[in-house]
Every structure is written in structure tokens, then in C-alpha cells.
Design a protein around this ligand. Structure first.
Ligand code: ADP
Length: 825
């Protein structure tokens, strides 16, 4: 990513470095073998770095043999040139090592000299080239400081250009401008510098959309190119000029400028640039609405070029090509240009983003830099006079050599340098566009997720009303058979719809990262048993065998019981859906070695083809075959299971064979926990904050009551027997228990169990709502004496039950000691 501009500046440094050395040695003894080798290295550096490497190695060996004071300094000079030739050969690692070695020597032998600055610049270049912008910046700053102190204005201007270049790479054109402006102020004395400086400024103003200023700078650069006698450079800058004229809508001026460029590019070295002049003309034609002419000119620009291999220089012409060819209906050409543009755009963007992020990290002390620049300006004049006097004799001798070398170097390096400049012209615009598109996309995605979450939520509320009312109607038994069937239909369709809406809401939450997980001590055994109860009936209807088994599980693990229940429910519902005959099993066990609790749902159903096995975990994905289509579903269940399992710190596994069946495993971390000894102080103050427990042995009744209460509570856990209920209380997994007095038995002996259970709940601060049927065998007087918080006489209508539960929290914020006896209508 090092720009060729940097090479250009390096060569300037090399050339200026040459003069004093030769002068010193030459005046005294005539050139030594060392001087000759150094000179040869410099002469060949640009065109033949391989040769330069040989010469610099030779110089190094000669310096090694020297014994005088200058030995180390000469070795450093040779090492510096060696590093430069290695840079030219793109052998960066070696170049970096050699530059560091040179730096160590020069710091000892000649600290604060121009050579010191030059070696720093070389190392900076290696670092910039290796993408290490941050350290490159440090080297360039250090080099600049040395030149500044030593009053070497020319080198100082080069270092300022280096620094500006770094910010240019990072797309920070404001700072780039500061450095380039400063460089012009410090040194603008010969046409080579003027050309580079003004073109730099022009390019920077262009990026800042200060087209008028850019135009002025390009005119100055063009004058300098003429002074240098370089038609190629003149042509290139004329093209730049034409483009900013087009930007300003000065189409007639742009026409004249391109005409000048084209006449220069008819022959000689400038002919190399002719294709690009056609490109500029194409742009002009396009602005004038002459699309066919633009297309012809673009064909000339790209004549013989392989569109998939063009370099950054062509980037904006590809963009133009994509537009022009599309507008004249040559779609395939438009597409080829678009692809090329995207390829180059990606490259350009990578360059900018890597540099800019590094610069951010560098936290470059910009204010301090400005201050230094200001101080520098103040002291500059005095130093100028003194230094000019000291250096005047060198100047005279060096001038001719420098001028000749400069023009050669400039012609070679600026050719490449400008190409990079031009290619970046629209990088910033493209970046901004991309950022906008990204923001739009993010916005749209969020809107979609929000919409999904909001609508699912809005549908859920009335749906709960429908389901609740259906439940109440079914429970009241006030309907004749025909109407009962209809209401059952409403209920079953409603339940399906609710499951779907719940799934959608879950998916929406997962997409927005809002899935809520509440870890608490959970009994997996109780969950598995509950699920077994709930599904047993349904499976019996289907004639599928069902077995549920738990062995050796930890009493409680830290996980979210509600979510685990949801996962098991989804897996069982799939197993039931996709199994026509055979068996389904639900098992859970503790893999002590791995520290996992494993819940497994296995079926002997239709199975899943191997190539589909990873895909079915994606949202909305279903195996596409006749069998699947036969079953209803959304394709959300498994994606929810997978996400929830991951949120619980676990993972899912699947093995399946078509026609034989499927086995899904949920592997959860077995974080064993003790049941909390003291209860949570934070009691829920409303039913909706309540994690309800329901102790009801009959799964059908349990399902109905769950359906009634769940919409009003925070969560709802079905408990199958007194033991499970006590465990849930101990595990602080429920805040309130609704229980049917009949669930522990219908005789006096079981009254003791009931009493124990209620006392236990009370001691734990868990309110209880006891449902009691006077028709049961239990003595009503004793029941009323028990330690429950509420007593409800059965039969009770569902809405009355819910209302009573609400009332408990409306009137109480602490558990009741006395019973409420509500007799429902
Ligand atoms: P849904 O069941 O609503 O379609 P899921 O995400 O739960 O959505 O499942 C996705 C797909 O995976 C199903 O449509 C089915 O093709 C396949 N699948 C899931 N579980 C089973 C199973 N136990 N047996 C066979 N195929 C299954």
C-alpha cells in the first residue's frame, strides 16, 4: 500500500543526500572506492534496485574496512542504501531489519543529522508498506523533527509530505491538507517540488470538494510540469484539471483542457496517458448527455484491457462505464464494468479503512503538531538566513546533478504516483454511500424485527382473550354437545395460532438479541416428568408408545426451567408430528464426566435426510418433501430450540436416518446448585410478576387450568405431585401455588400430606390457592382450617379463579395468613 509517491520522496532524499557526501570526499582526496560505490547505488536505485543492492553491499564491505572516524557513519549510509534497494525489491522484512541496524549506528555516530532523518524515513516507508501505519507515523514525525532542528527545509518538506500522505491513505483530507500546505510553505523552490506540492494540494482540495481551489493548484502544477519539460506529467495534471472543471459544471473549460491534454498525448511519452484522456472525454460526453459518444470513448479507454484485471487507476472509469453502458442498453458490458468497479472499490476501501483505524489508535497529538508548526514558522526566517549561508557552496555543486536526477526520477515516479492519487478520487464518496446503505439496511432489519415483535405481541393479547373465554365455556359445561364441539374447535385452532404467535415473538426477540433467560435452580427431573404427563394422553390417542425416563440427575441445576420446558415441548411436538407408528422416548441423564445434563427426545418417525440435518435448525426451514407438507408447521421450532439451548450455555445434537427415526439431544451444562435456604425477599406484587405453580395430577385438568392462568402470570409450571411441589418451592422456582385438594388423595390420611405441603409453602413464604370440591370425601371443616392463603370451592369458573388470584395481589403485598373463601358462581 505504500504509494509510489513515497518512493519519489525517498529518491529526492537520496539525491539530496548524495551531494554533501561527494562534495566532502571529493574536495579533499578525489572520490574513494566507497564514494564510488555509494554513488553507483544511488544512480541505479530507481531503475535497477537489484544493482543498487550489489553496490550498497560493496559500499558496506568497504566501510567495514575503514578505520577512521567516519567508519560508522559510512556503514550507516551503506546500510541505509541497502535498505532502500530492498524496499525497491519489495523485500520488506529484510529492509526493515537493515534500516533498524542503520538507525542504531547512526544514532551513535551521527545523531540528529540528515542521515539520521533519512534512515528514519526509510524505516517509516517499510512500516507504511507493511501496513503498519501507526509506527510509520512515529518514524516520519521523528524524521521531520530532525530535519526541522537541523534546518534542512527540503527534507523537512518531504517529511511533511510523508505525513500528509499517511493521512491521505486514511481518508483524513483535512489533516492531509494541513501537512501539504505546510510543505509548500517550507519548500517550494524548484519545479519538481512545485509540481508535486501543487498537484498534491489540488488532489486534496478535490477530495474536500473545494473544486475552485483544486483548479488553481492544478494550474500551478501544470506550469511546473512545463518548466520541467515533461509532457507526460503535464497531460496527467491536465486530466485532473478537466475533471474538477467538470465537477464545477464548467464544461466548456473542461473541453478546452481535454483538447490540450489530447494534443500533448498524440505522441511521445505522453501517449501512454492517451487512453485516460479518452476516459475524461467520456465523462464530459456523459455529462452532456451524449451517451453513445461516451460509450465509444470508453471503449477506447479500455481497448485491449482485461476488465477483470485492471488496476485502481481505472476505478472511476469503470463506474462511468457501468452507468453509460446501462443507459444505452448494453447490459453485459455494464455488468462487467460494475464488477470491475466493485473489485477495485473493495481494494480501495480496504486500504483506507485499515489506515484510518490504525491512525485512530495512534491518538496522534494533533494540537501539539499545530503548535509545533506555528513555532516552526516563527523561527524559520532566522534559521533560513544562517543555513542558506552555510549551504550555499554545496548548492552550487549539487544543483546541476539534482536538477537532472530530479527530472528523471520525477518522470518515472510521478507516473505511478498520480495513478494512485486519481484512483482514490471517489473512494470517500463511495465509502459514504456504503455507510449510508449499511445504515439503511440496519434500519430496515430493525424495523422488521420490531414489527414482528410488536404485531406478535398485539395478536397475543386478544388471542388470550379468545382462548380464555373458550376455556371458561368448556369448563362451565353449560353447553350442549354440538356447541361444545364448536367451542373445542375454537380452542384448538386458537391454541395452534397462539403457539405460532409465541414462536414468532420468540424469533423476533432472538433476532434483536432480547431473548430473556432467567437462571434459577431447576429440577430437570420434574420437568421431564411433567412433560411426560402432558404428552401421554396425546400419544395414546395416536397409538404411539411413549416412555419417559430419568436417571441419576442432579437434584437442581442452574438453568431456566421455563425455557427448558419450551425446548422439550417443541421437540416432543415434532416427534409426535412426524411419527406415525412405533415409539417416542423422552430421557434425561447426567454425563458426569463431561459435566452435562442431556435431555433426549427419540422417535421412530420419518427421519431427516443427512443433507437437511443442519438446515432444519435455521428459522423457517422445513424439509421439503410430501410427508412434511402433510404436517402443518412453520419451521420455527428447531431454530428456537437451538437459540434457547445456546442461550442456556448448551448445544443441540441430532442423529437421524430417513425412514428409521430421529434423535434430538439437548446438552446443557450441569451446574449443580443447592436449593436456596432463605427465600427471595422480593415478593411479586402482582399476578403478572408471579411464577405460578400448579399442582394438579390429572394432565387434562392441568392443561386447562394452565391455559387459564398462564396468560395472566409471568410463568406457569405444572407440578404432578406433592413431592414435585415441595421441590419447586425449595428451589425457589415458584412464587405462588394453585393446588387441588384432591390431588393428594381423597381420604383423611392424605389430609396430613396436604397439611404438610401447605405448612411448608407458608414457611417458605409462598402463598397457596387451594381448590376444593365439597363433594369430595375430605371434611370441609378441616380443609378450611388448613394453612392456605386462599380457598376456592369447586366447581369454579376459569375467569372467577383468575379474578380471585388477581384480588389476592390487589389487596395483599405480603402473604396472607388468613384464608379467603371465595365461592364462585
Ligand atoms: P416445524 O415443525 O414447525 O416445521 P421445526 O423447526 O420444528 O418446524 O422443524 C423443521 C423441520 O425439521 C420440520 O418441518 C421437519 O421437516 C423437520 N423435523 C423436525 N423434527 C423432526 C422429526 N422428529 N422427525 C422428522 N423430521 C423432523
Amino acid at each position: 500500500m505504500r504509494s509510489l509517491f513515497a518512493s519519489f520522496l525517498l529518491m529526492l532524499a537520496s539525491v539530496t543526500g548524495l551531494a554533501p557526501l561527494s562534495a566532502q570526499s571529493g574536495v579533499q582526496d578525489g572520490p574513494t572506492a566507497f564514494d564510488t560505490a555509494i554513488e553507483a547505488a544511488m544512480d541505479t536505485m530507481m531503475a535497477d534496485p537489484e544493482a543498487a543492492l550489489v553496490f550498497s553491499q560493496e559500499a558496506l564491505e568497504l566501510a567495514q574496512k575503514q578505520s577512521d572516524d567516519e567508519r560508522d557513519q559510512n556503514r550507516a549510509t551503506a546500510l541505509w542504501l541497502k535498505a532502500e534497494s530492498l524496499i525497491g525489491l519489495n523485500r520488506l522484512d529484510e529492509a526493515g531489519d537493515i534500516a533498524t541496524e542503520a538507525l542504531a549506528l547512526v544514532k551513535k555516530a551521527a545523531p540528529g543529522t540528515k542521515l539520521n532523518g533519512d534512515v528514519l524515513r526509510s524505516r517509516g516507508a517499510v512500516r507504511a508498506l507493511s501496513g503498519n501505519v501507526q509506527d510509520a507515523l512515529t518514524d516520519y514525525q521523528a524524521a521531520h523533527e530532525i530535519y526541522r532542528r537541523a534546518g534542512i527545509k527540503r527534507s523537512q518538506a518531504i517529511a511533511l509530505n510523508d505525513l500528509g500522505q499517511i493521512y491521505w491513505e486514511a481518508g483524513d483530507y483535512q489533516r492531509t491538507l494541513k501537512y501539504y500546505e505546510q510543505a509548500v510553505e517550507i519548500y517550494n523552490d524548484d519545479p519538481g517540488f512545485r509540481l508535486g506540492n501543487h498537484n498534491n494540494l489540488g488532489e486534496t482540495y478535490k477530495m474536500l470538494e473545494r473544486y475552485g481551489d483544486a483548479e488553481r493548484e492544478y494550474e500551478l502544477a501544470i506550469a511546473a510540469a512545463r518548466e520541467l519539460g515533461s509532457p507526460l506529467l503535464e497531460t496527467r495534471i491536465l486530466s485532473n484539471l478537466a475533471l474538477v472543471q467538470i465537477e464545477q459544471g464548467k464544461l466548456a473549460s473542461a473541453e478546452r483542457t481535454t483538447a490540450r491534454a489530447l494534443s500533448l498525448a498524440r505522441s511521445g511519452e505522453a501517449a501512454d496517458w492517451r487512453d485516460f484522456v479518452y476516459g475524461v472525454q467520456a465523462r464530459l460526453a456523459y455529462e452532456r448527455g451524449q451517451n453513445n459518444r461516451a460509450a465509444r470513448l470508453l471503449d477506447q479507454t479500455f481497448a485491449g484491457a482485461d476488465l477483470s484485471e485492471t488496476d485502481l487507476l481505472f476505478r472511476e472509469y469503470h463506474a462511468l462505464g457501468a452507468r453509460v453502458f446501462e443507459e444505452i442498453g448494453q447490459t453485459s458490458k455494464a455488468l462487467a464494468h460494475l464488477r470491475a468497479f466493485q473489485r477495485l472499490d473493495g481494494q480501495a476501501r480496504d486500504l483506507v479503512s485499515s489506515a484510518s483505524s490504525q491512525l485512530l489508535a495512534a491518538e496522534f497529538d494533533y494540537a501539539n503538531q499545530n503548535l509545533r508548526i506555528a513555532q516552526l514558522k516563527q523561527g524559520q526566517l532566522e534559521r533560513d538566513i544562517q543555513i542558506e549561508r552555510e549551504r550555499s557552496e554545496f548548492r552550487t555543486m549539487a544543483f546541476v546533478g539534482i536538477a537532472v536526477a530530479l527530472s528523471i526520477v520525477l518522470a518515472l515516479t510521478l507516473t505511478a504516483f498520480f495513478s494512485i492519487r486519481r484512483s482514490r478520487n471517489e473512494v470517500r464518496a463511495a465509502n459514504e454511500e456504503l455507510t449510508l446503505v449499511n445504515a439503511d439496511l440496519e434500519h430496515a432489519l430493525k424495523a422488521k424485527t420490531d414489527f414482528l415483535a410488536m404485531t406478535s405481541h398485539e395478536i397475543r393479547t386478544p388471542l388470550n382473550g379468545i382462548l380464555g373465554t373458550a376455556q371458561v365455556l368448556l369448563a362451565s359445561r353449560a353447553l350442549d354437545d354440538a356447541n361444545m364441539k364448536r367451542v373445542k374447535l375454537i380452542q384448538s385452532a386458537g391454541s395452534t395460532m397462539k403457539a405460532l404467535v409465541d414462536d414468532l415473538l420468540d424469533v423476533a426477540k432472538m433476532e434483536s438479541g432480547e431473548v430473556s433467560i432467567e437462571m434459577s435452580p431447576t429440577s430437570i427431573e420434574a420437568l421431564v416428568k411433567d412433560a411426560g404427563y402432558l404428552w401421554a394422553d396425546k400419544l395414546r390417542e395416536k397409538n404411539v408408545e411413549f416412555a419417559s425416563d430419568t436417571s441419576d440427575l442432579p437434584a437442581l441445576i442452574e438453568t431456566d426451567g421455563g425455557r427448558v420446558r419450551q425446548i422439550i415441548f417443541n421437540l416432543l411436538s415434532n416427534a409426535v408430528k412426524f411419527t406415525r407408528e412405533g415409539s417416542i422416548s423422552l430421557r434425561a441423564w447426567h454425563d458426569k464426566e463431561a459435566g452435562d445434563v442431556i435431555i433426549e427426545v427419540a422417535d421412530t418417525g420419518i427421519g431427516i435426510p443427512a443433507e437437511q440435518q443442519s438446515k432444519i435448525f435455521e428459522a423457517f426451514h422445513q424439509v421439503d418433501n410430501a410427508t412434511t407438507r402433510e404436517f402443518s408447521g412453520t419451521g420455527l421450532g428447531l431454530s428456537i430450540c437451538k437459540n434457547l439451548t445456546a442461550a442456556l450455555g448448551g448445544r443441540m445434537e441430532l442423529s437421524s436416518e430417513v425412514g428409521k427415526g430421529s434423535t434430538f439431544r439437548v446438552i446443557l451444562p450441569a451446574i449443580e446448585v443447592e436449593a436456596p435456604s432463605n427465600k427471595n425477599d422480593e415478593r411479586p406484587t402482582s399476578l403478572s410478576e408471579c411464577r405460578m405453580g400448579l399442582l394438579e395430577a390429572n394432565p387434562m385438568k392441568q392443561a386447562i387450568l394452565m391455559g387459564l392462568i398462564e396468560p395472566h402470570a409471568k410463568s406457569m409450571t405444572g407440578l404432578s405431585d406433592a413431592k414435585a411441589c415441595i421441590e419447586a418451592i425449595d428451589a425457589n422456582a415458584v412464587d405462588h401455588v394453585v393446588l387441588d385438594a384432591g390431588c393428594v388423595g381423597e381420604d383423611e390420611a392424605t389430609l396430613a400430606d396436604l397439611r404438610e405441603l401447605l405448612t411448608h409453602a407458608k414457611a417458605a413464604g409462598v402463598p397457596t390457592t387451594l381448590l376444593f370440591s365439597p363433594k369430595s370425601g375430605l371434611p370441609i371443616e378441616q380443609i378450611t382450617q388448613l394453612d392456605h392463603s386462599q380457598l376456592l370451592l369447586k366447581p369454579i369458573a376459569g375467569d372467577a379463579l383468575v379474578a380471585t388470584l388477581h384480588e389476592y395481589y390487589a389487596s395483599e403485598t405480603t402473604p396472607k395468613t388468613e384464608s379467603d373463601v371465595a365461592n364462585a358462581a
